[in-house]
Design a binder for this molecule. Structure first.
Ligand SMILES: [Ca+2]
Ligand SMILES: [Ca+2]
Length: 487
């Protein structure tokens, strides 16, 4: 306005007036453009978690025939972290760590049956959604974000199905279905059940509804997908995408356990191990098919919500993060499920889409941790730093994914059992001093344990410096097993 008054009141020559007008219009237009394309102070956050999803995703290349078009497309809109690792290779402690930003070694939360607020360190921790609520956001969500038996109502303004029960019920297979016997104890195809009856699908419906509604504050909107967590009961059409005769089995070395410490073989070679049972019953291909089918279903749920975001008014001012809470073994290293300190358990999905911040199509191969999600989202959204969190902001790496990082990713699986991952090495250190060391560049299947070779003493010494200086004893506050069972 002042410039207008200036132009009106001073008697300039016509030519100078035109020049003034040109400069003025340039300022307004350029200023306007800058305004419309800069990062909003408080962008919305769409926070997507996929449970138990390993690297069998197209863009991560863990399995050649995985069908994940929606996650692949999302990764190409921002930065994909190909070397991301969980803080703990189990649902409960991984989620407690990433949602509070505090590692298991600091909190003493290592197991699924511990209640994370029972830790004196986490009792009053400000969780990621609480941090957003404290800074003017509305935090809402649906599905599995925290571990099922350990929801955290303090983290949310609203939740679906409810604050106490975060995971919707799933349909069960018909007991008379002949497929139940044919398939493994991990689950089977659902016949005569549509996708829309699945719990994850209904969580997506709720999230989509929020994206189509008005909100008086910026949103922290969480969408927790339960598949491909067991049981792998998904509609048959997802199984049909992966004919059994097309299934490729993971590569294994039957002597693999000969050079791993006894503290680990105790568990993975036990007589009733999943691997022995699956081989005995000839269910390996069926299990691989079931996992792929469950991933394909989860990917479709991701796609539905992202499509809804793209068709909403939030499209251009929403940051998206997608992660999985840890990986999954399907026979690699003669092991199934998770809860190891090997690559299959620790490698996790992590990608960020952040308009005008994250490089479009960026790929970062540096080791990063799911603990980094908290400070990264906080930074992208211009929130104050929570000094208690232990992760490191990835903001600079989102802008320039070629930046190198010299901090290894740390994964903890129970008290004083840690793995460190750099670009080249995986180093594992157990509570009794036993070790494993793998050269990932030469040995990507982690078959040859180099830890006892003196030639690698210096490598181990350099890595050991990054082990926690302090390990909190296991917190003795457990959930009610009668209510939740042992799963
Ligand atoms: Ca999990
Ligand atoms: Ca081996």
């Amino acid at each position: 306005m002042k410039k207008n008054i200036l132009l009106r009141t001073i008697d300039f020559s016509p030519m100078i007036k035109i020049k003034f007008l040109f400069i003025y219009l340039s300022i307004v237009l350029i200023g306007g453009c800058t305004e419309s394309t800069k990062v909003p102070d408080k962008p919305n956050v769409l926070f997507i978690s996929v449970d138990d999803l390993n690297d069998w995703v197209g863009v991560l290349g863990g399995y050649p025939k995985a069908i994940t078009p929606n996650i692949d497309a999302l990764a190409k809109r921002g930065v994909l972290f190909t070397n991301a690792h969980c803080a703990a290779p189990l649902c409960g402690p991984s989620r407690a760590a990433l949602m509070t930003g505090i590692s298991p070694a600091s909190s003493g939360i290592y197991k699924n049956n511990q209640l994370f607020r029972g830790s004196p360190v986490l009792k009053d921790a400000i969780t990621l959604p609480q941090h957003f609520m404290n800074n003017g956001y509305k935090a809402i969500g649906a599905g599995k974000i925290y571990h099922g038996s350990d929801p955290d109502p303090a983290s949310w303004d609203d939740y679906w199905p409810s604050q106490e029960k975060n995971e919707p019920n799933d349909p069960k297979p018909n007991k008379n279905s002949p497929l139940i016997k044919e398939y493994s104890h991990f689950g089977s195809p659902l016949i005569d059940i549509g996708s829309e009856e699945m719990g994850d699908w209904r969580s997506a419906d709720w999230v989509i509804n929020q994206l189509q509604s008005n909100h008086d504050k910026p949103l922290f909107l969480a969408f927790g997908i339960y598949r491909p967590h067991l049981p792998w009961n998904v509609p048959k059409k997802y199984y049909d995408k992966f004919p059994l005769d097309s299934i490729i089995l993971p590569e294994v070395n039957n002597d693999d356990h000969n050079d791993i410490p006894h503290i680990m073989t105790n568990w993975v070679t036990r007589p009733d191990s999943d691997h022995k049972r699956i081989l005995k019953n000839d269910k390996w291909k069926i299990a691989v098919q079931s996992y792929l089918a469950s991933i394909s279903f989860a990917d479709e749920c991701v796609g539905r919500v992202v499509d809804a975001l793209d068709n909403s008014k939030f499209r251009d001012n929403t940051v998206i993060v997608l992660f999985s809470d840890h990986g999954w073994h399907l026979g690699e290293k003669l092991h199934w499920r998770k809860a190891t300190l090997w690559e299959e358990s620790t490698r996790s999905n992590l990608l960020f889409v952040a308009p005008n911040v994250a490089k479009v199509g960026g790929i970062c191969d540096e080791p990063v941790s799911l603990l980094d999600i908290y400070p990264t989202l906080s930074d992208i959204c211009n929130l104050p730093v929570n000094e208690k969190v232990e992760g490191h902001s990835l903001l600079d790496m989102l802008k320039d994914p070629s930046i190198e990082r010299d901090i290894p990713a740390l994964t903890t699986n129970n008290y004083k059992k840690h793995a460190l991952r750099t670009k080249k090495w995986r180093y594992i250190h157990y509570v009794n001093g036993a070790e494993e060391l793998y050269d990932r560049e030469k040995d990507p299947m982690e078959w040859t344990n180099l830890a006892s070779d003196p030639a690698f003493d210096q490598v181990k010494d350099d890595l050991k410096k990054f082990l926690p200086k302090y390990d909190h004893e296991e917190v003795q506050v457990y959930r009610d097993e009668k209510k939740y069972g042992h799963n």
